[in-house]
Write a protein that binds this ligand. Structure first.
Ligand code: NAD
Ligand code: UFG
Length: 339
């Protein structure tokens, strides 16, 4: 199959691209490198021993997006491209709605013109908002609480409306929980620009000596140790979930929604402990007030993906930390800066 991967130079996109290549597919990556490095694509090629058709471009450029479909005989699209920082989305909502929603509309227009109607979309557990029903099933009403999350919710609505209107479409909405870890080679991984917003990249930078200590946001949550609980999932398990989704939807039409999580929650302190074990060093931390907008707990009901896709996450929190550490310690300042 020839698969277009938008955002394929990014964290989850690069790992999924590797999985696709290893599974025998041809991959075209379309990415404007707004939050990534072409070095990630180069390393994916090296790991797979196979070329990627890399095209630098922006989904907001409708002509450039059309051109990819005109030039390549694409069978299916996995759509990762988007901006993802919650705090930034609160400060710059128009930038987020334009990039994520308008970018997706352009992509859908190009797909329509080319007659390509298989799409996997990167949604997020953030669409469940402050829901307290744990574990979170796909059937909950969507209730995102910030502009980033609302772009995901709006795109889910657009895609559902589209497949309702035209039954030839086959659309899968994958709601990721908290992706962490890296490919076991340590050659590709997450490379956040500036101060990481997310826990594991921050912990990793403390472990490698780039930052002094982890700031734990809140120790007064109604959880076992008082710190926030999340469903961390290894990025390679997530990549495998995309391949399973693609296989499942290939001969079907309609809209499918799956949580991709482990179904298990880990607290901030458990993550720090597991990372410290993986890195073989102690990781200093201090408690600070809760981060506004954070839920006490969030973990998936992952049973539907198992039943329908035959997919479940295989890797433990210890493996997530070991693999994340291998990437971080062999590339202490990320991709581009290592060249
Ligand atoms: P990432 O930032 O590493 O990757 C996104 C890629 O999209 C980047 O390479 C970026 O340059 C590219 N991009 C952004 N806007 C573009 C545009 N207009 N045109 C072309 N390329 C563009 O992020 P990621 O962690 O790999 O996330 C991938 C997707 O998964 C995103 O849609 C994100 O919202 C979603 N998601 C991520 C998480 C997470 O915690 N990482 C959780 C849930 C959902
Ligand atoms: N945390 C800290 N210190 C930090 C960073 C985070 O204590 O420096 C805590 C948070 O309070 C939370 C947990 O660690 O309890 C996880 O926080 P993350 O920022 O890593 O992840 P979130 O669950 O808040 O959000 C992430 C993405 C969202 C996405 C969501 C679900 O940032 O975009 O996962 O996929 F929607």
């Amino acid at each position: 199959m020839k698969v277009l991967v938008t955002g394929g130079a990014g964290y989850i996109g690069s790992h999924t691209t590797l999985g696709l290549l290893e599974d025998g597919h041809d991959v075209i990556v379309f990415d404007n490198l707004a939050n990534s490095s072409v070095e990630a694509v180069r390393r994916v090629e090296e790991l797979a021993g196979k070329k990627v058709d890399f095209r630098e471009g922006n989904l907001l450029d409708a002509d450039a997006t059309d051109m990819v479909f005109a030039e390549c005989d694409i069978d299916a699209v996995i759509h990762f491209a988007g901006l993802k920082a919650v705090g930034e989305s609160v400060e710059k909502p128009l930038m987020y709605y334009r990039n994520n929603v308008v970018g997706t509309l352009n992509l859908l227009d190009s797909m329509e013109k080319a007659g390509v109607r298989h799409l996997v979309f990167s949604s997020s557990a953030t669409v469940y908002g402050a829901a307290e029903h744990m574990p979170l099933p796909e059937s909950l009403p969507l209730d995102a609480t910030n502009p980033y999350g609302r772009t995901k919710e709006q795109i889910e609505d657009i895609l559902s409306d589209l497949s309702e209107a035209d039954p030839r479409w086959s659309i899968t909405l994958l709601r990721y929980f908290n992706p962490v870890g890296a490919h076991e080679s340590g050659q590709i991984g997450e490379d956040p620009q500036g101060r990481p917003n997310n826990l594991v990249p921050f912990v990793a930078q403390v472990a490698v000596g780039r930052r002094d200590k982890v700031v734990v946001f809140g120790n007064d949550y109604p959880t076992a140790d008082g710190t926030g609980v999340r469903d961390y999932i290894h990025v390679m398990d997530l990549a495998a979930g995309h391949l399973a989704a693609l296989r499942y939807m290939w001969k079907k039409t309609g809209t499918f929604r799956w949580n991709l999580g482990t179904g298990r929650g880990s607290s901030v302190l458990e993550v720090i402990e597991a990372f410290s074990e993986a890195a073989g060093r102690s990781i200093p931390y201090e408690f600070a007030p809760r981060r506004p907008g954070d839920a006490a707990r969030s973990y998936a009901d992952a049973s539907a993906a198992l039943t329908h896709l035959g997919w479940s996450a295989q890797r433990s929190l210890a493996e997530m930390c070991e693999d994340h550490w291998r990437w971080q310690s062999s590339n202490p300042s990320g991709f581009a800066r290592e060249n």
